[in-house]
Design a protein around this ligand. Structure first.
Ligand code: ADP
Length: 506
């Protein structure tokens, strides 16, 4: 049972008890009042009757006394009147009374002797009555008494009416007070407690966004609710902080893990690559010599030697990638023209693009300078452009675009190179894997899955990052963000541009 329910029951019981005791006390008072009013009335009748009787007896008009008491008995509130002689015996009765029923000479004698009126309660003619026994002078020496009896039923009826009224008033008051207590406690106690309890449970279950309704006013509950909400604010801030820190740590761990993996694989690969370098040089050298020596070549021989040369180039590229994997980058940072970097990359891939019916669309903006190593950055552009070309075996468009400046929260300024193709795009399930070393979807001989992981490493060593997303109309877009060598101002449009990119996969 809740505390507020207990409090409500306790208050109700207390109020109920007080009202019952109060009601009983008022009823008793009313009863005493009614009895005293009855006695006063009887006393007033008796005083009047005593004067009249004394006058009649003194004048010897005894018969008129009978008429007098009969007259008084006609009063509906009076049951009857009895006259007693000096010996206490019944001398005269009002019409409806029977002498035997009211004969009590001893008590009457006492009243006559004491000469003081007395009130009594007894039964006459089958009815409970309250009566007054009043002495009076029958003559100068003789004293008699008379009794006026009033049925108690009048008092009882009044009393019953009073009891009904008091009970009704008590019950109504009790109901009103109980209802008031219920309303006041419910509004000011039960509801705020329930609200705080729900809030505490929600927080306990991890819903740190739950806030309780703060009751109006400046009472304990409104202060408690405000304090509760402030605590929830702080908790959710701390959780956000903890989550961010955990995410940062996870990123760092993943980076370290990748770096470690790359380093160990790189060491192994570099060993192998090193051993492959000399024979590869021999193959290339000999092929070129043969081409010179055997000139002019037959078509078949020239094709075969070109294939050997080309394949040796492919192996050389793989060997270079394997060597890159293991060795430290040792960046030679300098202000490098991004337009020149793109132009020299296009030179390297345009032959391949032409062969595959791919149009290269270079949209250069202002010639921006990046703070980076031109050799390594060209390697990145080359890897991404080659992937784009390979993703468009049926031809398409390779678009290269440079963006303006972007100012980050840390104050650094960045520029971007967007490389888009109209090729196959990247399956959503592979988006998070393409930067992993040795992840490839290409056929054997087409790629070993190192291009993007090396590219990311190079870009991150430059304090930049790479984002990738699929285009709405097909194909993929890679965006390389690099720190700028200068620091022009950022515009709002560029900020929004950054926001859009940050929604894509990094
Ligand atoms: P490799 O080219 O040797 O496979 P990368 O690391 O360069 O290795 O690329 C990894 C994978 O990413 C590719 O095998 C391919 O599945 C996917 N990929 C990269 N660029 C694109 C692109 N422009 N379009 C479609 N898929 C791409």
């Amino acid at each position: 049972m809740s505390t507020s329910t207990k409090l409500i029951i306790l208050l109700t019981v207390l109020v109920g008890s007080v009202m019952i005791v109060g009601g009983y006390y008022r009823l008793q008072q009313r009863h005493a009042l009614l009895v005293s009013a009855l006695q006063n009335e009887l006393h007033a009748h008796a005083l009047t009757l005593r004067i009249a009787l004394s006058d009649h007896y003194r004048d010897g008009r005894h018969d008129d006394a009978q008429q007098l008491i009969n007259k008084l008995s006609e009063n509906p509130k009076i049951l009857g009147v009895v006259l007693f002689d000096a010996n206490g015996n019944v001398a005269m009765l009002s019409n409806q009374l029977v002498a035997e029923e009211i004969s009590r000479p001893l008590q009457v004698k006492e009243v006559i002797n004491a000469n003081n009126p007395v009130f009594a309660s007894h039964r006459i003619a089958g009815q409970e009555v309250t009566s007054i026994l009043m002495p009076f002078q029958m003559s100068d020496i003789e004293r008699g008494a008379f009794e006026i009896a009033q049925p108690r039923s009048f008092v009882e009826a009044d009393f019953m009416r009073a009891r009904r009224d008091i009970t009704l008033v008590t019950i109504s008051l009790f109901l009103v007070i109980t209802l008031g207590v219920l309303l006041v406690l419910g509004r000011n106690l039960a509801r705020p407690i329930r609200e705080l309890l729900t809030g505490a449970e929600a927080l306990g279950e991890g819903d740190l966004n739950y806030r309780v309704i703060v009751p109006a006013g400046n009472n304990e509950f409104s202060r408690l609710a405000s304090a509760f909400n402030r605590m929830a604010d702080r908790l959710s801030q701390q959780r956000l902080l903890a989550e961010n820190t955990a995410a940062e740590n996870l990123k760092l761990e993943q980076k370290l893990l990748t770096a470690e993996r790359l380093a160990s694989v790189g060491r192994l690969a570099a060993g192998v690559a090193h051993e492959m370098g000399a024979p590869l040089n021999v193959i290339k050298g000999r092929t070129e010599r043969l081409m010179e020596q055997l000139a002019p070549l037959s078509e078949k021989t020239e094709r075969n030697l070109t294939i050997i040369n080309h394949q040796a180039d492919v192996i050389a590229r793989i060997v270079r990638q394997l060597l890159d994997l293991g060795r430290p980058l040792n960046l030679n940072r300098q202000a490098t023209s991004i337009t020149e970097l793109i132009a020299s990359t296009i030179e390297l891939v345009e032959e391949d693009a032409r062969t595959h019916h791919i149009r290269i669309d270079h949209r250069s903006g202002a010639d921006l300078l990046v703070n980076g190593d031109p050799g390594w950055l060209k390697q990145v552009l080359l890897n991404i452009c080659r992937n784009a070309i390979q993703s468009m075996p049926q031809g398409g468009t390779l678009q290269i675009e440079t963006s303006n400046m972007l100012v980050m929260e840390d104050g650094g300024t960045y520029m971007s190179v967007r490389i888009s193709d109209t090729g196959t795009g990247i399956p959503a399930s592979s988006l998070h894997q393409i930067f992993d070393p040795f992840f490839t979807t290409k056929d054997v001989g087409q790629g070993i899955g190192l291009g993007l992981s090396i590219s990311r490493r190079i870009v991150e060593e430059h304090d930049g990052w790479i984002e990738v997303e699929n285009n709405a109309l097909g194909g993929a877009t890679f965006t390389i963000w690099l720190p700028n060598a200068e620091a022009p101002n950022q515009t709002l449009a560029q900020k929004q541009e950054r926001h859009e990119y940050s929604n894509s996969y990094r």
